[in-house]
Design a protein around this ligand. Structure first.
Ligand code: NAD
Length: 282
């Protein structure tokens, strides 16, 4: 029987509606500040989508669009001003930054309480230690989808393709913290297919169009496709959806799977940071 589709668009819409209701009850709107440097087309689209989503749920969202030639010190200066601005609850630095700017320096400068992307070392460390952290939006969205579809994750074997700081690693930490047995694979992994075949939950986050084939997937596995690639002008994931849906029990489509959940979880992080900064009870 073909896999059931995990509808990220619908789940995200529900979460955003619930968030909008909660925001209505606040005295003051949560405020997200977004820093965009340069004119990368994809980044501009991502920022526009995030701003639109934030405004739709009733948040304030200011985009600080700096020119391509802005120096690192000026970007740092802006981050520091936003860090101490009591009106700002969350700061997001859209990546990638232009090559002359050290992204690590900028990301590490964001106050951990306002680090709504969860990319800074303090939040990454808390997550790795299984302590309360601001969790990066994509892994958090993946976890939410899994909880909704699989339910109890205890003892499930999750295999993750990809070990990046912003996707693969935090996803692994999050699932480990929820009692999965986790295998992280990457570009240097030998016999990748053999690892994938052992997965109860297979998560692809490698940026390789349609890498995961039907014979890489165990019958009945849950397959989460984080990849967002262009192939022949069309958006596709890291999983060969048409093939793999024949063997998986659940599968996320691309588009309409993890992507919308990422934005919904970012908004949740802004809401959460607003509560912890303003010390409001939820
Ligand atoms: P990245 O390039 O930083 O990391 C890719 C990882 O995959 C690396 O750890 C690398 O070792 C591994 N890898 C690459 N090729 C491999 C191969 N052939 N076999 C095994 N491992 C391999 O990328 P990223 O930022 O982690 O993003 C991964 C994918 O997820 C991209 O397609 C990106 O566009 C997508 N993404 C989607 C969302 C979303 O909201 N849906 C968010 C972030 C990233």
């Amino acid at each position: 029987m073909p896999a059931k589709i995990i509808d990220g668009k619908k789940m995200a819409q529900e979460l955003r509606e619930q968030l909008a209701e909660k925001i209505k009850k606040l005295d003051k709107k949560p405020h997200l500040a977004v820093i965009l440097v340069g004119n990368n087309d994809a980044s501009s689209i991502y920022v526009r989508n995030k701003q639109k989503a934030a405004l739709e749920v009733g948040m304030d969202c200011n985009v600080y669009h700096l020119s391509e030639h802005t120096g690192q010190e000026d970007v740092l200066d802006l981050v520091n001003r936003l860090n101490v601005n009591a009106d700002v609850d969350g700061i997001l630095v859209q990546l990638p930054l232009p090559a002359h700017i050290d992204s690590e320096v900028i990301i590490n400068a964001v106050d951990y309480k306002k680090d709504v992307d969860g990319f800074g070392p303090y939040n990454a460390g808390l997550l790795a230690n299984n302590e309360r952290a601001m969790v990066a939006a994509t892994p958090k969205g993946v976890w939410y989808m899994l909880k909704k579809t699989v339910g109890d994750l205890t003892g499930k074997h999750a295999v993750i393709i990809g070990r990046s700081k912003i996707v693969g690693r935090p996803t692994a930490s999050l699932l480990l913290n929820h009692d999965c047995t986790v295998t992280i694979t990457h570009r240097q992994t030998r016999n990748l297919q053999d690892f994938c075949k052992q997965a109860d939950i297979l998560i692809a986050a490698c940026g390789c169009p349609k890498l995961v084939k039907k014979d890489w997937v165990k019958d009945g596995a849950v397959v989460i496709d984080i990849g967002m690639n262009r192939l022949d002008g069309r958006l596709c994931g890291d999983v060969d959806f048409e093939e793999v849906k024949e063997v998986a029990s659940y599968i996320t489509p691309v588009p309409g799977g993890v992507g919308p959940m990422t934005i919904a979880m970012l908004l949740e992080n802004v809401y959460d940071s607003c509560h912890s900064i303003r010390k409001i009870e939820k």
